[in-house]
Design a protein around this ligand. Structure first.
Ligand code: 1GP
Length: 293
């Protein structure tokens, strides 16, 4: 007979968004690529790609899913879910699941239609967390970040230690990422108590340090909503095979200049977050992506 404590534990797991026993195992909706997800992300065979960042704090899971679909229609190849503040785990989880379910339907629809390529809808949904409180057992992977220029141990290693066992047990792929916040830094710089980087020499030194630590991804952040994106000299001085660049990118010219400076991925958030019209979202991303090709 079941003990009361077992029943209570089962119920707790059922309603705990971080519990990896809550849902059936995530569906395999990832791009098919030799070497797996990290190789696909770091491959240079696709040129510069576009990622869309959605902050679960800014809209419902349904709206996030609709926006993600519009962005993918426009050519986005990765969906990042996260934000610096106000991202309780249940919101993160609901957002991840909502987006995955919407993508899954499109993969299924594509499988019934010979004119559409299923692969176009196999888009990874990856956590871009503000801390160990913002995880989801359904995520395809996590940018497992060290905020290398933080002045607090909390974002250098403590949050990571808090989440590591759970992530390991949930079987979530941890993508080793060095996160560098540059001027002006925005909310991420403030919350992360970053010593904001402002010179190509800084970027070079930090990126070489990241390389020494074995980080595979280097993420250069100017802060969400930054009035202007990172200067191309800053991007150019990054030593890394797989460089994400985000913060303040809104125009095709800015995307092109980041690409020419060596960005592997261009990340945008605000242009999708601020727009309610899904057609407009698709068109905006389409414009950025076609400039990258
Ligand atoms: C992700 O912070 C960026 O790295 C997103 O920036 O919101 O300015 O596009 P935007």
């Amino acid at each position: 007979m079941l003990q009361l404590s077992e029943v209570l534990n089962a119920l707790r797991r059922l309603f705990d968004p971080k519990s990896h026993t809550k849902c059936p195992p995530p569906k395999v909706m990832l791009p098919e690529y030799p070497g797996g997800l990290l190789s696909w992300i770091c491959s240079n065979e696709f040129g510069t790609r576009h990622a869309t960042l959605l902050d679960p704090a800014d809209q419902s899971a349904e709206v996030a899913a609709a926006k993600a679909l519009a962005a993918v229609e426009g050519g986005s190849k990765l969906i990042l879910v996260g934000g610096s503040t106000n991202t309780p785990e249940n919101k993160v989880h609901d957002t991840v699941v909502g987006i995955q379910e919407a993508l899954e339907l499109r993969v299924w629809a594509a499988s019934q239609d010979s004119t559409v390529d299923e692969e176009d809808w196999r888009i990874p949904v990856i956590l871009f967390p503000g801390g160990a409180h913002a995880l989801s057992s359904s995520a395809d992977a996590i940018l497992f970040m060290m905020l290398m220029n933080s002045t607090t141990p909390r974002f250098l290693v403590e949050e990571q230690v808090k989440g590591a066992t759970w992530l390991h047990e949930a079987g979530i792929e941890m993508l080793p990422t060095a996160y560098l916040i540059c001027e002006p830094g925005g909310k991420a710089g403030e919350v992360g108590q970053a010593n904001l980087l402002n010179s190509p020499e800084d970027i070079r030194a930090y990126s070489l340090c990241a390389k020494g630590y074995g980080m595979k991804i280097l993420y250069l952040e100017a802060g969400s909503g930054a009035p202007s994106p990172l200067d191309s000299e800053m991007i150019r001085s990054a030593e890394g095979e797989c460089v994400f660049v985000g913060g303040g990118i809104r125009t095709t010219e800015q995307a092109i200049s980041a690409k020419e400076a060596g960005a592997s991925w261009i990340v945008t958030g605000t242009i999708v977050e601020e727009q309610e019209d899904l057609d407009q979202i698709r068109l905006t991303i389409e414009e950025l992506v076609s400039a990258l090709n």
